[in-house]
Design a protein around this ligand. Structure first.
Ligand code: MRU
Length: 387
């Protein structure tokens, strides 16, 4: 079966799917420099915490492979790589995957420098170490997501005693699928695995205003894979929870994460927190799917997370393609449309923080973490203290 791929990479060449053109057009751009990657990430043509980190890491790998580094000494090569990584890290501030990737890549090149210092080819050794470490981030992400899918589905199966005769329905927010990662996805990965195991009754996805990652991307992924699914606006979630009709009963909310901090507080797409409050009120499990690359043990609580604020136009304007009078879509005719008074003041935080008290489980690739008797998450079994 064909799979969706946000990132296509072979050594020296990086192609990234432009997610602003989805679902109507499948267009890949070649990203050849750090500057192009920075713009691609900032403008959200690629988005999702793991995908951002992968594109940034690989864009610099491509640059190095294609001879962009003019340094000659090992020290200057390291300084060059550090400079590019520090620049890329600023593209979007909330998701920690990118800064964890930067730390990991800096460590990898330093290890190569120590080994290769006395060697005449030390610069080459450092660049090769960088490229291999960046490629490894891509390869590992896919394995992580498959593992998250299995752990998350197993945990939910156990909680609800689910079986092919007793399936569960879930609600998800934003886009955490193949498009937000190297493949399979995190929260959407759990939904995929539930479906593959015959345990999924139905998936609901929120529109995810203001940038519509749910309606543009998640609904596209769900339709693409034939997973039974329904799109709702963010404001319909409360009504969906309260209906409790057998056919529409939500068993769990499953979301992704941009940054999970030491106490389990989790930054994710704006609108996540209100879903967690609703889930708790209605006695529905609230599950965060987060690879360990999305965990930040250096920040103690959610109060320490920097929340990105984005421009007003993302609320007051919308992009789309034209719908013909007969209802067919003309994907070649795009339009940007004003949907609010253009002079209104706007507050547009891209993320919110869900307190750990509202989270039932955090599913990582190493296992599912639940709170202990003290009400605290302990990540020591799934995470090293430092990268
Ligand atoms: O602003 P976005 O689209 O990058 O936000 C994405 C999310 O909030 C996702 O839930 C998160 O990055 C996890 S993606 C596996």
């Amino acid at each position: 079966m064909a799979t969706l791929q946000a990132i296509k990479y072979s050594r020296g060449k990086l192609l990234v799917l432009d997610q602003l053109r989805l679902p109507h057009e499948h267009h890949y751009d070649e990203v050849t420099t750090s500057e192009e990657a920075f713009d691609y990430i900032r403008s959200m043509r690629v988005r999702g915490a793991p995908a951002i980190a992968i594109v940034a890491a690989l864009a610099h790998a491509v640059e190095l492979h294609n001879g962009s580094c003019t340094a000659t000494s090992p020290e200057d090569t390291l300084a060059h790589i550090d400079g590019r990584l520090d620049y890329l890290k600023e593209s979007r501030p909330t998701a920690v995957d990118l800064s964890n990737a930067v730390t990991l890549l800096k460590l990898a090149v330093r290890a190569a420098q120590i080994e290769g210092l006395a060697h005449p080819e030390a610069k080459e050794a450092i660049m090769s170490a960088y490229i291999e470490a960046a490629e490894n981030i891509l390869a590992k992400d896919l394995l992580n997501n498959q593992s998250i899918g299995s752990f998350g589905a197993a945990w939910l199966q156990q909680q609800y005693n689910a079986s092919p005769d007793r399936k569960i329905s879930v609600l998800t927010h934003c886009n955490t699928g193949s498009l937000a990662t190297s493949g399979h996805g995190t929260a959407l990965g759990i939904i995929r695995t539930l479906y593959a195991e015959g345990l999924l009754e139905h998936a609901y996805c929120t529109e995810t205003r203001p940038y519509n990652q749910g309606s543009r991307l998640t609904s596209f992924e769900l339709v693409f894979e034939g997973i039974p699914a329904t799109l709702i606006t963010d404001s319909m979630a409360g009504a969906l929870f309260s209906l409790r009709r057998e056919s529409m009963h939500i068993g769990a909310v499953i979301v992704g994460a941009d940054r999970v901090v030491r106490n389990g507080d989790t930054a994710n797409k704006i609108g996540t927190y209100q879903l967690a409050v609703l889930a708790r009120y209605h006695g529905v499990k609230f599950v965060v799917a987060a690879p360990t690359t999305s965990i930040d043990l250096e920040t103690e609580t959610g109060a320490g997370i920097k929340i990105e604020e984005r421009k007003a136009e993302e609320l007051t304007q919308i992009s789309g393609v034209l719908v013909n009078p007969d209802g067919s879509i003309d994907a070649t005719r795009t339009a940007r449309v004003a949907i609010a008074d253009q002079n209104i003041n706007v507050w547009n935080p891209a993320f919110d923080v869900t307190p750990h008290s509202l989270i039932d489980a955090i599913v990582t690739e190493k296992g599912t973490v639940v709170k202990g008797a003290d009400g605290k998450f302990d990540f020591s079994k799934v995470m090293p203290e430092r990268w």
